[in-house]
Write a protein that binds this ligand. Structure first.
Ligand code: SF4
Length: 490
């Protein structure tokens, strides 16, 4: 098994990643993820990234080997949903203290915690996360996990992604490596079929994958494992017997997709479930891949029939929103796959994109945006909050779609805002999700509150019938300052 530093080099050298392919060997060595900026509140550490990818495995006990704060920082910061087990919602930590570190008790404490979890919850597996403190003091979590697995007869999986090794995105990839090293391929399924697929990089945010799964069910396509959204340990352990895979989020788990293709001959494609056309395209590609791998050829025509019926239904429902959204101007501040798939979905509604960020987008993502937008000036790498604020006014935007961190920029500019990142409360995937997205944008833009918010505040205008005399106004000015400019400072 590769050492952690070898694994990191391997992740930076990912041949399936377009960003990597466009670099020379020297640049590749340095890696693509910039280290977190000290003092910046944005972004997360590698441990956080590993947790983001693995925590949605719902029946597993996730044990963080660290002082309390690491778990506190990363626990439950995403809106993924489970259709069954709730063990993942319990927070487990070894809660190391200074005394444990100084006295060298930490490995023993970890072993004890694994025993307690096993006795109290009997989970199908326990994932143990290394963190900065436990990696720096040299705890051998791999050896402790191995010993505990033998003793208790259950998989105890070490996740070697301590925070200091890099950014959240690197942590995503190291989580994929942990699944490859310790989980996928460890159990042989007795029900493998010709229409089994994996979905990779789908997080089931607000339960949105549940809007897609019924479409696949109708086609007789079984999702062997959706990694990580609403996953079970056994699903993932048997994922190597799928016939094909779809990768939803390119930057998070591309290493997993490529290595599964290499090891178990599972071809994959990158697609999106956002927007009507992209959902149809994804279904089409899934059907084509499984047919190539031996499923019955009629699956293609059944897929086309389903697409035609579902598209017709979705367009009919979207007609109600189109006149209300046509021509409305959107500023989009998101990243990765959403930067192009949401752009595409919005243009389907007749909306105009006045800007989209491409910060976390791959070369492929950028190409797709260029094809959809035609105007490269509307793509921006990164914007400071101040630039984002002025851009909203300059571009005359009707709404901003972004994550929670930038919501106050829009609200300060008195412009409607809709959350499309991980904390969102509505599901936007598939045909149903597209209708919901249109509904939410419509509700946000046409909310009557905006008219009131944009009115001058009561103290900015004299009340009707209460006009101030020149003398009164002068005395107020005297209280606050000599000129109108100074008034604002009082
Ligand atoms: S793993 Fe390290 S960087 Fe991440 S939260 Fe813990 S101490 Fe902080």
């Amino acid at each position: 098994m590769l050492s952690l530093s070898a694994k990191i080099q391997d992740a930076f050298n990912e041949p399936a990643c377009e960003n990597n392919r466009s670099k020379d060997a020297e640049a590749r060595k340095k890696g693509c993820s910039k280290p977190p900026t000290p003092g910046a509140a944005a972004g997360g550490c590698a441990f956080d990234g590993a947790k983001v990818v693995l925590q949605p495995i719902t029946d597993v006990a996730h044990l963080v080997h660290a002082p309390l704060a690491c778990e506190g920082n990363s626990w439950d910061n995403r809106g993924t949903a489970s259709s069954g087990p709730m063990l993942w919602r319990t927070s487990f930590t070894t809660d190391l203290t200074e005394l444990d570190v100084v006295m060298g008790h930490s490995e023993r404490k970890l072993f004890k915690a694994i025993r307690e979890i096993n006795e109290a919850y009997a989970p199908p597996a326990i994932f143990v996360y290394a963190t900065c403190v436990t990696a720096l003091i040299g705890d051998d979590i791999e050896a402790v996990c191995k010993r505990a697995a033998e003793k208790f007869g259950l998989p105890v999986v070490p996740i070697d992604a301590p925070g200091f090794v890099g950014s959240k995105n690197l942590g995503n990839k190291l989580a994929g490596e942990a699944l490859l090293d310790h989980v996928i391929g460890t159990v042989e399924p007795d029900d493998a079929g010709p229409r089994d697929i994996n979905i990779l990089g789908e997080f089931n945010l607000s339960g949105e994958f549940w809007l897609v799964r019924p479409l696949l069910d109708k086609l007789g396509i079984r999702v062997r494992a959706c990694i990580p959204g609403d996953a079970r340990y056994l699903d993932i352990a048997t994922a190597h017997r799928a016939q094909a895979a779809m990768m939803v989020c390119s930057t998070a788990l591309i290493n997993l997709a490529r290595k599964m293709e290499e090891r178990w001959d599972i071809p994959f494609f990158e697609g999106s479930f956002y927007g009507v056309t992209d959902t149809s395209e994804a279904l089409r590609q899934i059907a084509e891949l499984v047919v190539k791998k031996g499923a019955e050829p009629e699956l293609i025509s059944r897929t086309e029939a389903l697409i035609a019926a579902e598209e017709a239904k979705a367009w009919r429902r979207l007609e109600a929103y189109r006149p209300r959204l046509q021509g409305k101007r959107v500023l989009l501040n998101t990243g990765g796959v959403k930067s192009w798939s949401i752009v595409h979905a919005l243009t389907e509604l007749g909306m105009e994109i006045v800007g989209t960020s491409i910060k976390k987008s791959t070369v492929d993502d950028r190409e797709r945006i260029k094809q959809i937008l035609k105007n490269e000036n509307h793509m921006y790498e990164t914007m400071t909050p101040r630039e984002l604020y002025s851009s909203l006014a300059e571009q005359n935007a009707d709404i901003m779609l972004s994550g929670g961190r930038t919501q106050f920029i829009a609200l300060k500019a008195k412009i409607p805002w809709l959350d499309i990142n991980q904390e969102r409360h509505h599901a936007y995937a598939g045909y149903e999700g597209m209708v919901e997205l249109a509904r939410q944008i419509d509700l946000a833009i046409h909310n009557p509150i905006w008219e009131q918010v944009r009115e001058p505040a009561p103290w900015e205008e004299p009340l009707a019938g209460q006009e101030r005399s020149g003398e009164e106004s002068a005395s107020i000015l005297n209280l606050c300052g000599k000129t109108a400019r100074h008034v604002g400072e009082c």
